[in-house]
Write a protein that binds this ligand. Structure first.
Ligand code: UDP
Length: 370
């Protein structure tokens, strides 16, 4: 089958540089998509905040750096918060560059959950696409995404159906899931290790529930991730017997997966409509079953009784009971699920299909097939 190389401009999140951990799962999503798109033969330029670092498999991608002040994260603002863009905001510079580079590209793909790029979409010649990274965490964003769906639905993609259900869309959502470089995650068969939790340490991630479960089981909880909200981290720690949490820090993927893979279970406790939940799938890639709430992406991606256990949202007692039955899960099924549904290549192919179906590239491809 003939393939048609695209020139793609990817625009990173305006919260932190890639590798800082401040951007959450988006950082890994970008790296893995770049690797996947390069492997499919596409040309990739990433526009990203200064300091961004991509893994070695991305060396053929060009990076264009910009500087400026981070955006506030929408999920930590009131639902009716207005849009704010500071005079020296990195988002303005990201999009100045992206629009310039986009004139010579087939498509520009946005990874930031922000007003500016979505608002620009019907107002510029460049074909802008948006991989939405969160649920409907603010009124401005819910409204704008709904409006874009009415005007140009094909420019939007989502990680899961659950996430997309937060928005009033004009048609069925284009769901691309996510993808991981399986070579970066080592399958570990060890069934008897500690309990783990991973993610940005912030209220929407519900760390307190996982600590409650570990404490009720008389266990320690290993915690990986960036302490985004220090006050919250302190409060959670102080609410349980000292030593219940072992803070492991924010680690690069190779170290993170090595430690994570030793766990007997990952406890995942989203308090929001988690868009995907990278850490859930990374744990499975290492063979670690997941006990999580039946909510958002994790509720869609975990097969209860096969790759972990789903419990009703916020049911700490249910999570404790399910955790004590983790030995019933065959760790190989976890890894198999990721290989089947969340490979880097599969993700890149789904994104390629979305872009090819939705923009100017469609015209180029049709023309070149004549
Ligand atoms: N992560 C990491 N090192 C750590 C802990 C977490 O690199 O020590 C990364 C992890 O790989 C994942 C991200 O942090 O990509 C968290 O993303 P997730 O989708 O789970 O949640 P988000 O932060 O996007 O809400």
């Amino acid at each position: 089958m003939q393939t048609f190389a695209l020139r793609l401009v990817l625009v990173s999140t305006p919260i932190g540089y890639v590798g800082s951990g401040k951007g959450g799962g988006v950082e890994l999503t970008i790296s893995s998509l770049i690797k996947g798109l390069l492997e499919l033969g596409h040309e990739v330029v990433l526009v990203a905040p200064e300091g961004s670092v991509l893994p070695s498999g991305c060396s053929r991608a060009e990076i264009v750096y910009v500087s400026g002040r981070d955006q506030p994260s929408w999920q930590h603002l009131p639902d009716d918060a207005p849009v704010t863009i500071a005079q020296d905001a990195v988002i303005s510079r990201l999009w100045e560059k992206a629009l310039e580079l986009g004139k010579r590209a087939d498509a520009v793909i946005n990874f930031g959950y922000d007003w500016l790029p979505i608002w620009l979409t019907p107002r510029v010649e460049v074909d802008l696409f948006h991989l939405i990274s969160m649920g409907g965490v603010s009124r401005v964003m819910r409204t704008l995404i709904g409006e874009l769906s009415q005007a140009n639905h094909s420019r939007l993609a989502f990680h899961t159906h659950s996430q997309a259900s937060d928005f009033q869309l004009s048609k069925a959502p284009f769901v691309v899931g996510n993808g991981f470089d399986l070579d970066d995650y080592q399958f570990q068969i060890s069934p008897g290790g500690p309990l783990g939790w991973a993610g940005r340490v912030a209220p929407e991630k519900g760390l307190e529930d996982a600590v409650a479960v570990a404490s009720a089981l008389g266990d320690q909880l290993l915690v990986w991730g960036l302490k985004e909200d220090l006050e919250y981290a302190k409060k959670v720690e102080a609410s349980y017997p000292s030593g219940t949490i072992e803070w492991r820090g924010f680690l690069p993927t190779d170290e993170f997966q090595r430690e994570l893979g030793l766990c007997r279970a990952l406890l995942n406790t989203p308090k929001w409509n988690e868009a995907y939940g990278n850490v859930v799938v990374e744990a499975m890639a290492c063979g670690v079953p997941v006990v999580t709430y039946d909510r958002g992406g994790p509720g869609e991606n975990i097969i209860s009784g096969s790759t972990g256990w789903l419990v009703p949202p916020d049911d700490i007692h249910g999570m404790k009971e399910a955790t004590s039955r983790i030995g019933e899960i065959d760790r190989r099924k976890c890894r198999n699920w990721v290989e089947q549904y969340a490979s880097q290549k599969g993700f890149a192919i789904r994104v390629e299909e979305w872009i090819k179906a939705g923009g100017k590239s469609q015209k180029i491809i049709n023309d070149s097939r004549k």
